[in-house]
Design a protein around this ligand. Structure first.
Ligand code: SF4
Length: 266
């Protein structure tokens, strides 16, 4: 059976396919709903708050007090919209609203440690870009696009997890370079730099894209797109067990973790 080919590739789809094709299939092609966990939820609210801080307020007004007041509004809205009800009840910390509020606010405040918001000239937040390359549609949402004093631009991506190890860091930078590729193709500008701001650790990792790195990324992305299309044609998405299985929402329906697999088929 031939499966429906996804309409586009995004940085998260690329890394999902690389990490485990089977999980990619369940999430992207079968669209099996996944529970929202507290980490994702905190990340969503922190992103919303920083998005407004940088887009709605001129630099001199970007203070921690402003951020707190924005976040209070976002929090109230999340409560009244019932967004918190979607969180998994059993997850540690989820039921503790006070902890959820404080930890999300902590992430937001950490941005003030990682950078000085008053010195940033943001020219876009939550910027949706897309471009077609042959039969492949590339899409991405850039957290923040900054204009530097020399006229160049910087792509900023907020991360709410811990600073990763070297190998994972390479993968994450690949994601931000994907945004640089979109800037090049849609805006006609190669960003001077791309930066990942790890809010929890208040750490920024910076990388400089150039024509060669973006060309290499485009080739790699093309190869992944081809692999996704072939897997769809053959209905062949294989599980790839790794330490990530411990965080996978599909573990209970994954053939790699079925009783037959774990007991050696006996
Ligand atoms: S449990 Fe592991 S192998 Fe199975 S789908 Fe999830 S990530 Fe892939």
């Amino acid at each position: 059976m031939t499966l429906q080919i996804p309409s586009s590739l995004t940085p998260s789809k690329v890394s999902s396919f690389k990490e485990c094709a089977y999980a990619f299939r369940l999430a992207v092609i079968d669209r099996i709903p996944q529970p929202i966990n507290s980490l994702t939820f905190k990340g969503t609210l922190a992103h919303r708050c920083l998005d407004r801080l940088y887009f709605d307020y001129e630099p001199k007004l970007r203070t921690i007090e402003t951020a707190r007041s924005i976040f209070d509004g976002i929090w109230e809205q999340a409560l009244s919209n019932g967004e918190l009800e979607y969180l998994e009840e059993c997850e540690k910390g989820c039921s503790d609203l006070d902890f959820l509020y404080k930890d999300t606010m902590f992430l937001i405040e950490q941005d003030f440690v990682a950078e000085n918001p008053q010195s940033v000239t943001a020219i876009g937040t939550e910027l949706q870009l897309e471009t077609r390359v042959g039969d492949m549609m590339l899409r991405g949402i850039i957290d923040r696009l900054d204009l530097n004093s020399d006229g160049s631009i910087t792509v900023t991506d907020y991360k709410t997890g811990r600073v990763p190890g070297v190998l994972q860091e390479h993968d994450r930078l690949g994601g931000v370079h994907f945004y640089a590729l979109l800037c090049e193709r849609v805006l006609g500008i190669i960003p001077d730099s791309v930066q990942l701001i790890y809010l929890r650790d208040a750490t920024t990792i910076i990388s400089k894209p150039n024509q060669q790195t973006l060309k290499a990324l485009l080739n790699k992305t093309g190869a992944i797109w081809k692999a996704v299309c072939t897997a769809c044609e053959r209905d062949d998405f294989r599980p790839k067990p790794s330490r990530l299985c411990n965080y996978c929402n599909f573990k209970n329906i994954c053939p790699a973790h079925s009783p037959a697999e774990t007991t050696g088929g006996s």
